[in-house]
Structure formats: structure tokens, C-alpha cells
Write a protein that binds this ligand. Structure first.
Ligand code: SAM
Length: 280
């Protein structure tokens, strides 16, 4: 009989967030493949679980990968856990899941905490549609080119970020996306849980004044193209879109969707406004 791979979410800080299904699964499986066994052993000890652990991290070679798949083919039940939250989400797991599926092994999930969704839910920003971006690249050029592709994204954006890179990232977000509403969700579920909400510039000023510590999720509002408005507001709509960093052509295209003025007229307005701003 073939085994099953259980993809198990674990707490992102507060051990009280384990579900009884998670504990039952971790107890019942033959092995637990863990991102860091030293970290996961603490979880097991806390709940008096004695299931054998072995490491499976992003640098595990092909041999380790094959070993897990072999165990599953031999009928073993294997749970996959990462240090925190959902495996495969900015954590190892994606490749193992893909290979298990390709080899006909059943894969199931024990859902639970995930920092991005937890932060979004209490950000105060739109939760209707969102885009999870994980960690931005560390190099400035690469980071800005990722952000350039997100300039016109209407969905709420979610990023993971290290505290020592937060100010730099906020500055790039402001520069590349223009002013937006945002939230910094810190140390979720832990003693010092805290959420700072405001504009990107106010959050940048805060972080520059007093660097924030701990684990951080950054939630940023999508581009707001505004509600449909009348002809009279064409000037204002174009100005708002230019201020968000759009080119005159892009601003005219978006403005034409919400104003009844012809696109050519909006483009002329945008070019004139841009020239005026450059002369200042
Ligand atoms: N797999 C995890 C998940 O499902 O959320 C994410 C793992 S990723 C390596 C770790 C990052 O998640 C941290 O650097 C931080 O950005 C975010 N994170 C994890 N725990 C958090 C918490 N308690 N509060 C805020 N952010 C957290």
C-alpha cells in the first residue's frame, strides 16, 4: 500500500494555535520531515509527541528527496512541516508536493496558520482580492524591477520582509508605487504582536525614527483607480494617476475608463500636467 504525504501548517508563534487534527496527525504518522529538526523538536516536546523527525530543507539534496518519496511508496505516512506556518509558502515543500503528485502519491493538507493571510485579515485593507509576493529580492535593482511590474496591480499586495530591510523596502515601495495605504503586521500571535497602519510615507517615517524588530508582513493597498466620475473631474483623475507614477499614456488609458472625456483629450491633459510638474 502506498503512503500519504500530510502537508501540515504549524503555529507562527503561539503554540496555542495548534489544532487537534494537527496533533493527531503528527502523532499518527511514521515520520515527520521538518525544515529544521531542532526547531520542530520543541513543538513535539511541548505536546509530548515522539514521532521520528528528519530534516528536509531547501538545501536537501536529491538523495533526501528520493528517500522521502521511497518511504511514501513503501507505505509510510509522512508529515511535512516547516519552522512556522504553511510548508511551501516561502518555505520548502513545493517540490516535494509536486513530485509526490507526479508519482501518484496521495497528498493531503492539515491547514492552519499562515502569516500572510493572518496579516491581511487585520490590515484594514481590501481582502477581496490579493496577491502574495513573498520576499522581494534583496538587490535594489532586482527589487525595483519586481515592483515596476506591480505598479498597476489593483489587488492588495502582501510581502514578507526582514526587519533590517524594512526601511529600504518601504522607500522603494513609495518610489515605485506612489503613495498607498499600508500596514506593517509584526510578531503576529506573539506577546508583542503589533500592527502599524497608515500611508507608505508615514510608515517609512516611523520606521526611520524607530527601527522595528521581529517578524514582519507588509500589506500594501493596490492601485486605486477611483470611482466613476464626471467630465469635470478629468483633470483631477489624471493628476492622481500621474502622482501614482503612471506615464501620461497610461494615465489617459485608465482615466478614460472612469471619465467620459475622450482619451486623446485626457492624454493632452496628462502631458500638460507632467510638463508643468517638471518645470517646477
Ligand atoms: N511558511 C510561512 C507562512 O506560512 O507564513 C512563512 C515562512 S517565511 C520563511 C518567514 C516569514 O514569514 C518571516 O520572515 C515573516 O515575514 C513572516 N512571518 C512568519 N511568522 C510571522 C509572525 N508571527 N508575524 C509576522 N510575520 C511572520
Amino acid at each position: 500500500m502506498i503512503g500519504k504525504l500530510y502537508v501540515c501548517a504549524t503555529p507562527i508563534g503561539n503554540l496555542g494555535d495548534v489544532s487537534s487534527r494537527l496533533l493527531d496527525t503528527l502523532k499518527a504518522v511514521d515520520y515527520i520531515a521538518a525544515e529544521d529538526t531542532r526547531h520542530s523538536v520543541k513543538l513535539l516536546r511541548h505536546f509530548s509527541l515522539h514521532t521520528p523527525l528528519f530534516s528536509y530543507h531547501r538545501h536537501s539534496g536529491k538523495a533526501k528527496h528520493a528517500e522521502i518519496l521511497q518511504a511514501l511508496h513503501a507505505g509510510k505516512q509522512v508529515a511535512l512541516v516547516s519552522d512556522a506556518g504553511m510548508p511551501g509558502i516561502s518555505d520548502p515543500g513545493e517540490e516535494l508536493v509536486r513530485d509526490a503528485i507526479a508519482q501518484g502519491i496521495a497528498v493531503t493538507v492539515i491547514p492552519g496558520p499562515m502569516a500572510a493571510v493572518a496579516a491581511l485579515a487585520i490590515s484594514g485593507l481590501s481582502t477581496a482580492r490579493f496577491a502574495f509576493e513573498g520576499f522581494l529580492p534583496r538587490g535594489r535593482g532586482e527589487r525595483r524591477s519586481v515592483l515596476a511590474k506591480l505598479q498597476h496591480e489593483e489587488r492588495t499586495l502582501i510581502f514578507y520582509e526582514a526587519p533590517h530591510r524594512l526601511a529600504e523596502t518601504l522607500a522603494d515601495l513609495l518610489d515605485m508605487l506612489g503613495e498607498r495605504q499600508a500596514a506593517i503586521a509584526r510578531e503576529l500571535t506573539k506577546v508583542y504582536e503589533n500592527v502599524e497602519r497608515g500611508t507608505l510615507s508615514s510608515l517609512l517615517a516611523l520606521v526611520r525614527k524607530e527601527p522595528l524588530r521581529g517578524e514582519i508582513v507588509l500589506v500594501v493597498g493596490g492601485i486605486n483607480l477611483g470611482e466613476p466620475v464626471s467630465d469635470l473631474d478629468g483633470v483631477e483623475v489624471v493628476a492622481r494617476l500621474l502622482a501614482k507614477g503612471l506615464s501620461p499614456a497610461q494615465a489617459a488609458r485608465h482615466a478614460a475608463q472612469v471619465c467620459s472625456l475622450p482619451r486623446a483629450e485626457l492624454y493632452a491633459l496628462a502631458v500638460a500636467q507632467k510638463e508643468k510638474a517638471q518645470k517646477k
